[in-house]
Design a protein around this ligand. Structure first.
Ligand code: FBP
Length: 547
């Protein structure tokens, strides 16, 4: 493989570890835990893994002898920068426990476990991938690991390879499944441990014990670099409004973080739209008003950040999607028989009158996305909906009406962008390189200590890495019951943007000024070498949350 100069130099980077992971360690146990909600239901569904304590690793003088351990690793779901370092940390941690330990990687996601597709990850392979972006070391996939048949098929290969523990690197849905698997393997006395690692650029797998999911830092820095570049272009030519959709399936953490880094003229936060019960027209009016006010000052240019999940947060749309989800889950066979050209009418004729009217009013492409495509976890594939175009077209229409009424006298020309995939496999920032390596190393230590049903956790992350606190959090602690595919299921509670949280409040305090004036910030590209204040900064979100 031909390597770039940066790749070659970056391979030598030694990720920083928390102090406790640098030598012998011991476990400090916290008090028994409870799930975030629905305690009785979750306790009943997870009798073997519910209520375990939070664990922290601390330094120790005691030298322990660990047996050689064979472990398996799976990358699940969307790519996120740093996945390779989780695997490198896991590998180095297992070897530190016992040099004869071995690591197997299941190929292309959870499906690799079920279909018995794997490779052994040797020192040479691991060294090729240290500090690189991507998940290509073993590939990723979105197969949902949920049936006992799948668990049993997995167990066959686990036994064949003498694997003692499985590490699942994934988002909220994948870690939910990891927890179900841990419970199943424990209930059946298989002796197989399951450990999760918090991954997703979306930043929505976080709570009081998981400060951030890995990949969020790098992805936001990549998007902020290009938003900054666009803003400089925009401020130079002064003739376009740029509508920029940002990835993040549900929560608006990415949009908010990028806004904090770049100070755009407008940033929509889906959670606020929902809380204020705004309609699509309200969102359009809000944007159009700022465009018109800037035009009155002679500024016919600006930037709008739009979270990709917006559509699902507009209350009327949310009600429509909820009914559609239930309807499609219960009538999937009949629906599959309907001709493609008839599907839209079929849905219009079967929904309640309010939802039917909203559905019928949507542009063809948006309607098709809402009704047809779901990922294996039942999510609407919002990254395929062109919300940035939908909004700019509606803003343009509204401005034309205002012009006719004499309320607006500017020029409106729009450019559209979607930043998503280009941020998911970037070479991890120093923060993600260190954080991921520490998460993987921690997972190895949890395995060494015989734990199962835990998520690897590294806290105190706004401090230097030396002071980070490594340990484990019971996955059941993060769970609640939610309606999925028309049924109540135990799932890890998704962390949405908190409207009373410091990052959002900080944004609100400044957004009027950013809308009126031109206060753009240009963060520039991620720096891997140089002074700490340039290379090692965590996200603004993390800094504000931990302040
Ligand atoms: P994960 O939750 O699996 O990390 O994936 C997140 C994400 O990148 C979303 O931001 C985006 O909506 C989605 O994946 C896109 O999925 P796909 O890669 O299947 O197109």
């Amino acid at each position: 493989m031909k390597k770039s100069a940066l790749q070659i130099a970056r391979a030598a980077y030694q990720p920083k570890l928390p102090k406790a992971l640098k030598g012998s360690l011991k476990i400090q146990e916290g008090a028994p835990t409870q799930s975030v909600a629905d305690q009785d239901a979750i306790a009943k569904l997870f009798p073997n893994t519910y209520g375990m304590p939070v664990l922290s690793f601390i330094e120790s003088n005691e030298v322990k002898n660990y047996p050689a351990i064979n472990a398996g690793v799976i990358l699940s779901g969307g790519q996120a920068p740093g996945g390779h370092n989780v695997i490198a940390g896991l590998f180095d941690g297992l070897k530190a426990l016992n040099k004869d330990s071995r690591l197997y990687g299941f190929l292309l996601g959870p499906g690799g476990l079920v279909d018995h597709k794997y490779i052994e990850l040797t020192q040479d392979i691991i060294d090729e991938y240290r500090n690189t972006g991507g998940f290509d070391i073993i590939g990723s996939g979105r197969t949902k690991l949920e049936t006992e048949d799948q668990f049993d098929k997995g167990l066959q290969i686990i036994k064949e390879l003498n694997i003692k523990a499985l590490v699942i690197i994934g988002g909220d849905d994948s870690n939910t499944n990891a927890c179900v698997l841990a419970e199943y393997y424990k209930k059946n006395n298989t002796g197989v441990q399951v450990i999760g690692c918090p991954k997703t650029i979306d930043g929505d797998l976080k709570n009081e014990m998981i400060e951030t999911s890995f990949g969020f830092d790098t992805a936001c820095k990549v998007y902020s670099e290009v938003i900054g570049n666009i803003q400089r272009d925009c401020n130079s030519a002064k003739k376009y409004w740029h509508f920029i959709k940002l990835m993040g399936r549900s929560a608006s953490h990415i949009a908010l973080e990028c806004a904090l880094q770049t100070q755009p003229n407008i940033c929509i936060i889906s959670e606020e739209v929902e809380a204020k019960n705004m309609s699509l027209d309200d969102v359009v009016t809000y944007i159009a008003k700022i465009v018109a006010d800037r035009a009155a000052q002679g500024n016919n240019f600006g930037t709008v950040l739009i979270p990709e999940g917006l559509i699902e947060f507009i209350p009327a749309m949310k009600r429509l999607i909820a009914e559609l989800n239930d309807f499609l889950a219960h009538n999937s066979n009949e629906f599959a028989m309907i001709k493609k050209s008839e599907q839209r009418n079929y849905i219009i004729n079967h929904l309640s009158s309010e939802n039917s009217a909203i559905y019928a009013s949507l542009p063809e492409g948006v309607a098709r996305q809402l009704s047809l495509d779901r990922d294996p976890h039942g999510n609407v594939q919002v990254s395929l909906i062109e919300t940035e175009k939908l909004l700019s077209e509606m803003v343009s229409k509204k401005l034309a009406e205002w012009k006719a009424e004499g309320k607006y006298n500017g020029k409106f020309a729009a450019q559209h962008h979607f930043f998503g995939y280009e941020g998911r496999c970037a070479a991890p920032s120093n923060f993600d390189a260190d954080y991921c390596y520490s998460l993987g190393y921690t997972a190895a230590m949890l395995i060494g200590e015989g734990k199962t049903g835990y998520m690897s956790s590294v806290r105190n992350t706004t401090k230097p890495a030396d002071q980070w606190i490594a340990g484990g959090v019971p996955v059941t602690m993060m769970m609640n019951m939610e309606r999925r595919h028309g049924e109540m299921k135990p799932v890890i509670q998704k962390a949405l943007v908190k409207l009373d949280g410091a990052p959002f409040k900080h944004f609100v305090a400044q957004r009027e000024q950013w809308a009126k004036e031109t206060c753009y910030v240009y963060p520039g590209p991620i720096q891997y070498f140089g002074p700490t204040e340039v290379c090692d900064q965590p996200t603004e979100t993390l800094k504000l949350e931990q302040a």
